[in-house]
Design a binder for this molecule. Structure first.
Ligand code: ATP
Ligand code: MG
Length: 566
């Protein structure tokens, strides 16, 4: 495993595994797996599962397999396969040569289906999908037997073999497990094991036209790999009885223990791949890697780091109760990591021109600026200062309220790493809008302190106008404007909660020249504004930056308000 420290926080899954290792169950061995279906990109919820499985394995001297659950041709694509492997590696985990596919087991699964038919425990049904649904019953009513339920073993074998041979059309027949149509657990009411689908599969090509259902393939795939602990999310709790039934009725090499935990939900976003696909296909976002998406690809492009995501997964813990995690915790983890790593630079998003009247024309000073106060080794750099600079429009107010300490007419402030300046004149255009400030500077305050002990209440960032580089800056807000989009009341869907202001583009931000040539993906703190990274759309002549996260720490406030200690 690469740079991933083992740190499974105490949780009930870990306790079960620890007890099993102690008691010598499975010979003290631990083998977990991460089993994505390649029908979309991985999201932050998957990261929770990836961390849990890989961390458990590594803590107990075991391994974690990587398996594509590829039983569903038609929804699965190579693009997803590639992105999923890339994202797991990016997150910092490695499966070495242990890359598996449910499709590796198609032949074995087929043979096991034959075994069940021969044992009178599976039958070919001719009911349509709708009829099967209708026969299934409800939570309060038992299901009804299909009239084909008592076909002879020979007839079932014949039909199933012909299903495989391609003699029938999609939907004409299915293979069902023969369990109990009156079971209180609907999953046990003769679930479908195989359906006919005349469709090529990305790995097996045209070899098969019947495909196993996920519920039939999943547990046996685990058993074939010798998985000891099959960890999945709560929605599979009711399926466990079915997985156990298959494992108990088939000659499998082992019986993995399934443990369910609560999936991660984050507020102000959606996590299901089906919904994320809708956002992509219907153009609400630019793609799976849009920086507003909760996908790992989107978060990477936004500037989130693997360390931050892993720390988040550690902090949220693992339990059985569904909850909605506050997005600000994730942002807190991102800031915490970037604070240590990101070089500080100065950039002005909404420029206001400032002319320093008493500064010599054509003079340029190279001022020493600290790259990262958290990391002395990051050193210093020179930032050019000259007569005309830009400051942030928001840092000036003509008629400031009492609490506003930044620049206003007659007031003195500090320019970071430079001088004290004082505003002596405000220039407006014909509409009355402030277009320029005239200031004076005090040469004795070079570096930012006054020898006479004079104090100022604000320090502003700035950029020298003639040295500034223009860049596009993209500011992001939450994808949804509703904390819990599952509150889909009155016929509303999550799409009704899409935040129309989730992306704001600033086309002519002014950046200090040291940023010229910054490589794609590199991360910075723009002083006072937040953390930013170079987007993949960036070009040498027109750089593009994403705001990863603001500096404002809302999580600290939430923590304080809710009395959370962490
Ligand atoms: P989705 O509901 O987002 O479409 P899925 O469960 O269909 O996800 P899979 O590719 O089957 O996606 O998931 C692979 C693994 O990741 C599974 O073990 C699943 O339980 C886990 N997983 C998926 N979503 C979450 C989540 N939100 N939190 C924790 N684990 C998750
Ligand atoms: Mg799934």
């Amino acid at each position: 495993m690469k740079d991933v420290e083992t740190k499974v926080p105490p949780n009930f899954v870990r306790n079960i595994v620890a007890d099993d290792v102690k008691s010598g169950k499975n010979g003290g061995k631990v083998l977990t797996r991460f089993p994505p279906e390649p029908n979309g990109y991985l999201h932050i919820g998957h990261a929770k599962s990836i961390c849990l499985n890989f961390w458990l394995a590594s803590e107990f001297g075991g391994l974690c397999n990587f398996r594509f659950d590829d039983t569903n041709p038609g929804k699965e694509e190579m693009e997803y396969v590639d992105s999923i492997m890339n994202d797991v590696r990016w997150l910092g985990f490695d499966w070495d040569e242990r890359l598996y596919h449910a499709s590796d087991y198609f032949e074995q699964l087929y043979q096991w289906a034959i075994d069940l038919i021969k044992a009178g425990k599976a039958y070919v049904d001719s009911l349509s999908a709708d009829e099967i649904r209708e026969h299934r019953g409800t939570l309060t009513e038992p299901g009804r037997d299909s009239i084909y339920r008592n076909r002879s073993v020979d007839e079932n074998l014949d039909l199933f073999q012909r299903m495989r041979a391609g003699e029938f059309a999609d939907g004409e027949y299915v293979l069902r497990a023969k369990i109990d149509m009156a079971s209180p657990n609907i999953n046990l009411r003769d679930p479908v094991m195989y359906r006919i689908r005349h469709m090529d599969h990305w790995r097996t090509g045209g070899k098969w036209c019947i495909y196993p259902m996920y519920d039939y393939a999943h547990g046996q795939s685990d058993a074939l790999e010798g998985i000891t602990h099959s960890i999945c999310t709560m929605e599979y709790e009711d399926h466990r009885a079915l997985y156990d039934w298959f494992l108990d009725n088939l000659d499998v090499p082992c019986h993995p223990q399934q443990i369910e935990f609560a999936r991660l939900n984050l507020n102000y976003t959606v996590m299901s791949k089906r919904k994320l696909l809708q956002l992509v296909q219907e153009g609400y976002v630019t793609g799976w890697d849009d920086p507003r998406m909760p996908t790992l690809a989107g978060m990477r492009r936004r500037g989130y780091t693997p360390v931050a995501i892993r720390n988040f997964c550690e902090r949220i813990g693992v339990g059985k109760r569904e909850s909605l995690v506050d997005y600000s915790l994730l942002e807190y983890c991102v800031r915490e990591d970037l604070n240590l790593k990101a070089q500080r630079v100065m950039a002005v998003l909404r420029p206001l021109k400032v002319v320093i009247e008493n500064y010599p024309e054509n003079q340029v000073e190279q001022l020493d600026s600290i790259n990262n106060p958290e990391d002395a080794a990051a050193g210093t750099r020179k930032v050019p200062f000259s007569k005309v600079i830009y400051i942030e429009r928001d840092d000036f107010m003509e008629n400031p309220p009492k609490q506003f300490f930044r620049l206003s007419a007659g007031r003195e402030v500090r320019l970071r790493y430079a001088y004290f300046i004082k505003c002596v004149e405000v220039i407006k255009d014909e509409k009355g809008e402030v277009v320029e400030l005239r200031c004076t500077y005090d040469p004795a305050t070079r570096g930012g302190d006054s020898p006479d002990g004079r104090k100022v209440k604000a320090t502003l960032h700035w950029v020298s106008a003639s040295h500034a580089m223009d860049a596009q800056v993209r500011l992001y807000d939450t994808l949804l404007n509703r904390a819990d989009p599952s509150e889909e009341k009155q016929g509303l869907t999550f799409k009704d909660f899409i935040n129309p202001d989730s992306l704001q583009i600033i086309d002519a931000a002014k950046l200090e020249p040291s940023l010229s040539g910054a490589p794609l993906g590199s991360m910075y703190q723009f002083e006072r504004l937040g953390y930013f990274c170079v987007d993949q759309d960036s070009m040498p002549e027109k750089m593009v930056f994403n705001r990863t996260v603001t500096l404002r720490d809302t999580w600290a406030r939430v923590k304080k308000a809710e009395g959370i200690k962490q």
